[in-house]
Ligand binder design. Sequence first.
Ligand code: AAO
Length: 481
Amino acid sequence: GDDGHRTDAPGVTANMFEWNWSSVARECTNHLGPAGFRGVQVAPPADSLKRTSLGNGSDTVLHPWWEVYQPVDYTLTSRMGTAAQFAAMVSTCRQAGVKVYVDAVINHMTGQGNTSYGGQSYTHFSYPAVPYTAADFHQKGTGPNDCSSSSGGIEDFNNVHQVFKCELLGLADLNTSDPGVQSRLAAYLNTLIGYGVSGFRVDAAKHIGQADLDAIYRQLHRTKDGLRPYWALEVFGGGPGILSPQAFTTSGSVLGLDGVKQIRDAFKSYPDQHIGSLATLQVFGSGSGLTPSDRTLSFVTNHDTERNGDALSYKDGSRYLLANEWLLASGYGSPQVFSGFTFSSPDDSPPSDANGIITDADCGTGRWTCTHRNPGIVGMVGWHNYVGKAQRANFYTDGDNVIAFSRGNRGWAAFNNGTSPKTITVQTGLPGGDYCNVLASQRSGSGCTNGAPPVHVDSHGLVTTTVGPSGAVGLDRANKL
Ligand code: AAO
């Protein structure tokens, strides 16, 4: 029936966190489409909280990045642009072969303030522009739809009653088991599908719960491509039983947040913290306790984990890029590359005007991370698309920080997370010949671009190559001379 959650895996996506709509459109045409990204995830587009004054204490950022996680209504006037700019972005991206996935904040409404980017006024539990009234929310109390914690908020993330029915961070908690609430949420998502959106990253899905998620999903229309919408649920690991990410795979795909930590621990080698090793990644995925590959949106970081210590981030430099290149090669999940903005305070927003409207992204200023444009990342996106579903084979490790493997007989890659170059002689599974290293070049006629020397594979499939520190080598048959 129409309630099945299985949709095509989205392929490689870029998470363009808080890039404005016109900048996303430009990237789809000029970079994401040509590089082989199949999708783009964009920040929450709904009208949201607009702060008018600083909070208490150390609060110094008037318009923190997290305003967009506090919806006020479902019109599309946001920090990232207007409804017309949103619509144009979706259409431009689709023309570039890049589907659009929206971060959908449907668990709650804003928990503070009284005005929005769209100029709407509201109070806690009353959002007239939707409209929602107090009856649409879980409230502090003892009734069947109430939250019984003493504060009215979630005090225990392992308590299913509180997780489903109490306020997360003081955000007004929608009663998502109410049919009227469900139909308003579905109407919002269907409006986005009408614009050409292909699916959703469901914010705070753990706090909606499986039954309500399923009821909302059943009301969603098919996408412009005739598919059921992609449905990627944000569920942090660590919760017991029904609150675990594994328990949400019955309702959709889930974000690979436990994988984020395993990747960090394999790659991050600080003498004063811990020494990881890439050799551990011989097993990664369901074999290491993660959710199934075909149900997981996998990534090295997202906007939360780059701030909370769970993940590698752009601040880790070449090691961060290497981890992304490895993930693209690994075959685990639908890999997503994160491109956000640099920050010093964890509250910092991307460059914005005085009204909080985010200005056009510029990869030349150092304020945008632009990971999706990095040549090594672009090379491995192509490699990922070329090897397809071919199985991993020919796994090699030095037992420490160098690993290599093939994907069937279509591609082979090596990764060195050590601090010195390492020369290896290993089986690639590839036919003999000369190949361009896709991390640095592509095939062009009878040679490799950028003056890169070809890598020779002998008639037995063996390669002898030197992998630099924090470096990688990637060969595929599309780039065989
Ligand atoms: C802002 C202010 C607040 C204010 C609020 C309302 O900062 O002081 O009260 O406004 O006025 C973002 C920001 C928030 C911001 C909010 C609204 O991060 O600071 O609040 O926008 O503007 C839980 C949820 C998860 C949620 C996460 C933040 O389960 O869904 O909290 N993430 C999403 C978004 C996030 C966004 C929201 C939801 C709200 O991605 O950006 O907030 O829309 C444990 C629990 C998790 C829990 C975490 C964090 O996780 O299991 O359920 O996430 O703690 O509290 C290891 C453990 C794992 C643990 C994790 C924590 O991984 O294994 O169990 O560490 O790091």
